[in-house]
Write a protein that binds this ligand. Structure first.
Ligand SMILES: Nc1ncnc2c1ncn2[C@@H]1O[C@H](COP(=O)(O)OP(=O)(O)OP(=O)(O)O)[C@@H](O)[C@H]1O
Ligand SMILES: [Mg+2]
Length: 157
């Protein structure tokens, strides 16, 4: 288990952190984001998508109503499917299971907003990022890796 605490003072700084993480994203990786409304979860995902080679970043938005967005990245060479999941409107992890969480994980990488709502479905090896608002533009990002795969992503920071 390793933890890294970062501070961001702008949207650009949060996206830059995401970009660094995105360069390490590989199939089977899971990044879980936790934080209140407007804390910057989607902003971080935009950076992750950019770092992972997603060409059209305008498609990266909170999938609040559709639940899952899928982007095509490059994942350091070969193609990488990135599933961007927003669990806000789900009842819980059984809903996400029914939407095909296991298949999404087998196909590519997963980034979830409100990961705490489906915690029991997530793999043991998981990069968790808690976004804590400090001020209007200040955010603390508490990043925790819980296995070798998530540690490899965290080493980008
Ligand atoms: N340092 C920062 N990092 C990220 N966002 C910031 C920062 N400072 C201010 N903001 C603002 O906070 C908001 C973050 O919005 P964003 O959609 O990324 O949050 P979210 O956590 O995904 O929200 P939701 O729970 O509604 O999905 C934006 O309005 C952005 O301009
Ligand atoms: Mg969002």
């Amino acid at each position: 288990m390793s933890e890294l605490v970062l501070q961001s003072d702008s949207v650009a700084a949060t996206q830059a952190i995401g970009r660094r993480l995105g360069t390490r994203l590989m199939p089977g990786h899971v990044i879980g984001l936790i934080g209140p409304l407007g804390s910057g979860k989607t902003t971080l995902v935009k950076g992750i998508a950019e770092g992972a080679g997603v060409a059209n970043l305008r498609q990266v938005n909170s999938p609040t109503f559709v639940i899952v967005n899928e982007y095509e990245g490059t994942g350091g060479g070969a193609g990488l499917a990135i599933h961007h999941i927003d669990t806000y409107r789900l009842q819980g992890s059984r809903d996400l299971e029914a939407l095909g969480f296991d298949e999404m994980l087998a196909e590519g990488a997963i980034v979830l907003e409100w990961a705490d709502r489906v915690a029991d479905l997530l793999p043991v090896d998981l990069l968790t990022i808690r976004l804590e608002p400090l001020s209007e533009c200040g955010r603390r990002l508490v990043c925790t890796a819980s296995g070798p795969e998530s540690e490899s992503i965290l080493r980008a920071l």
